[in-house]
Design a binder for this molecule. Structure first.
Ligand code: AFP
Length: 328
């Protein structure tokens, strides 16, 4: 079944369903382009490597970060259903401000290419996105308040994983569904219906290089994972790709926990609340998992700024709860 067919049969019929489809259509169009560029990256001129600048987070921008950012922004502009966007790669939000887009219902927040420092070594990366209904007045430009909504207000969220196959994983609040790109037709086909995250597993993911720098409860939890005194009575396996979207996808399918806590170099955590934590938290919860800062639910945070960061404990419900029990 194609994504469009699935959407037509499953998305609640309402006045906004055409607009939501336009947004999904824009995402698939841009992701097919990005997927093609990634596949051929080492063969194309001027695609691999660093752009030579830094994004607002102070991180080195890869050329493909910029290429993906432009591809998604163009597709969102064309969709006619989006009034403005916030992107990890742009300092400020962008209000589209055409006659049509001033009346559009939705804003998108997205990370065009998560894990992009992995591109040059041919490791999976992804696009993560989150869609909200605007709060500003119709007919006017987008305002900051449109983007600073808690994750509980998301209408739609998902990611495209550019891995051994290209997959789109989506939720609109009634389960999580996965679609695989058929490279012969460029259509996304339903391959994973109603995905459920196992409630526990013996896989943990963390940049353990940071372990001495974290609050003590985190080192104690990791010791627990590595011991014989845990619920599996034997060491868990450590798995860390360094592309959140790929690490998360593994947890969604096989179960597991991903932790990125506060560290002195990133006192509020490294990950971006609006582009990474909220969309993945919506998916995790819809699949039966959990997403917290270690102390509070990610989706209930009221963001104060566009590029806000948050610590993230995400994955299988029992594992996230267990990890939280180690924090004072
Ligand atoms: P990039 O997109 O800049 O590569 O950042 C990736 C990321 O936000 C997330 O996808 C990774 O899990 C995390 O950072 C990796 O961070 P460390 O290199 O500090 O482990």
């Amino acid at each position: 079944m194609t994504l469009q067919h699935f959407f037509d049969s499953e998305y609640p019929k309402s006045s906004n369903s055409r607009d939501i489809w336009s947004v999904i259509d824009a995402i698939t169009n841009a992701s097919v382009k990005v997927s093609d560029d990634l596949k051929k990256a080492a063969l194309l001129d001027n695609v691999l490597g660093a752009q030579g600048g830094q994004n607002i987070q102070g991180e080195d921008q890869q050329k493909l970060d910029v290429i993906a950012d432009i591809a998604f922004i163009d597709a969102f502009k064309k969709s006619g259903a989006i009034t403005g966007i916030g992107s990890e790669e742009n300092e400020k939000f962008v209000s589209f401000d055409t006659e049509k887009s001033k009346d559009a219902d939705y804003v998108v927040l997205f990370d065009p290419l998560d894990g992009s420092s992995n591109i040059d070594v041919n490791v999976s990366v992804g696009t993560i996105f989150s869609i909200y209904k605007r709060l500003s007045q119709y007919g006017e430009s987008t305002e900051l308040k449109d983007f600073l909504q808690p994750g509980t207000e998301q209408t739609l969220a998902g990611y495209v994983l550019y891995g051994t196959s290209t997959m789109l994983v989506l939720t609109w609040g009634s389960g999580v569904h996965g679609f695989t790109l058929d490279p012969d037709t460029n259509l996304f086909i339903l391959s994973h219906q109603d995905m459920k995250m196992p409630v526990s597993s013996r896989l943990y993911a963390m940049n353990e290089g940071n372990i001495q720098e974290c609050e003590p409860g985190i080192a104690s939890y990791i010791k627990y994972c590595q011991s014989h005194d845990n619920d599996y009575e034997g060491p868990y396996s450590g798995r860390y790709i360094g592309s959140l979207v790929a690490d998360f996808h593994r947890s969604l399918i096989k179960g597991g926990i991903y932790i990125y806590p506060n560290v002195p170099a990133a006192p509020k955590g490294r990950l971006r609340l609006l582009y990474e934590c909220n969309p993945l938290a919506f998916i995790a919860e819809q699949a039966g998992g959990l997403a917290t800062t270690g102390r509070i639910r990610i989706l209930e945070i009221n963001p104060a700024e566009l590029h806000e960061r948050a610590p993230l404990f995400i994955g299988s419900k029992n594992m996230v709860q267990k990890a939280m029990s180690f924090l004072s």
